[in-house]
Write a protein that binds this ligand. Structure first.
Ligand SMILES: [Zn+2]
Length: 263
């Protein structure tokens, strides 16, 4: 498999570590969750964190510990004693049924779970992740583990073409075109859930989120940033162009560097 698979394993390991770094898999959740990435030149295979490690914590996962799996969730390759993560069907079913998607993230984020159990429709409470609350976040209405094909397909069906789905009383899954995209979407989902929880706690069920018109203005501002007369020239001259889901050298780059010093 060569260099490409090694690069994918490294990316998946860094994404997995970031789930702990971002607080999405800490404390009692320290060994729960996984990120997957489709192998670009072998799209019927993907790489994901497994199980069966002497020390099984997301914060310390290494590239060589990642496992290679096919679109039915079967183990193709991996280190001795390791098997694919127990909920591998969540990844295999989403990646198989959505060829446009290259990465899936699953964790048990605290505030998202609370909001899902309470059945409170989340509103945009901050700019980060407002596209998720605006679109509405679908719910898979069971808390059991996603072990078999039937439940894997149940998650796919509940998710539809959304970027995120809540697994009621269990966690959430996000899908993206890259590891960065699926992990950052999960971080945004949890940020919105946290802010919604705070607002609900303070104001009760009648709390108000950011109005749709304000959200539209924010989105327009992002699109139009490079058209501002005072920004246009310097941005065009820069080797680091803004755009896409993140900011060049921003959150992802900073935290990736922070967690990969020993890799
Ligand atoms: Zn789970």
């Amino acid at each position: 498999m060569g260099q490409e698979i090694d690069d994918v394993k490294r990316e998946v390991a860094i994404g997995t570590r970031l789930l702990a770094e971002f607080g999405l898999a800490t404390g009692i959740l320290a060994s729960l969750g996984h990120v997957s990435m489709r192998v670009p030149n072998d799209p019927e295979l993907f790489v994901v964190k497994g199980r069966g490690y002497p020390l099984d914590a997301l914060a310390v996962m290494r590239p060589e510990q990642m496992v290679v799996v096919d679109m039915d969730g079967n183990l193709v390759d991996g280190p001795r004693d390791a098997w694919q993560c127990n909920e591998v069907k969540m990844h295999s079913c989403i990646l198989r049924e959505r060829p446009d998607i290259s990465s899936v993230t699953h964790v048990h984020p605290r505030f998202s779970i609370i909001m899902g159990i309470l059945g409170i429709k989340m509103q945009a409470m901050c700019n980060e992740g407002q596209q998720l609350t605006r679109a509405g976040i679908p719910v898979f209405p069971h808390s059991r583990l996603i072990l078999g094909e039937e439940d894997g397909m149940g998650v796919v069906k509940a998710m539809g073409d959304s970027a995120a789905v809540m697994l009621r009383g269990h966690g959430a899954a996000t899908a993206g075109h890259s590891v960065e995209n699926s992990v950052m979407t999960m971080l945004q989902l949890e940020e919105q859930a946290r802010q919604n929880y705070y607002a609900y706690s303070m104001m009760g069920p009648d709390y108000k989120g950011i109005p749709d018109a304000d959200q539209d203005e924010f989105a327009a501002g992002q699109r139009n940033m490079r058209e501002q007369p005072h920004l246009k020239g310097p941005i065009a001259a820069s080797r680091l162009q803004p755009g896409g889901p993140g900011q060049p050298g921003g959150v992802w780059a900073y935290y990736s560097q922070k967690v990969s010093a020993d890799l």
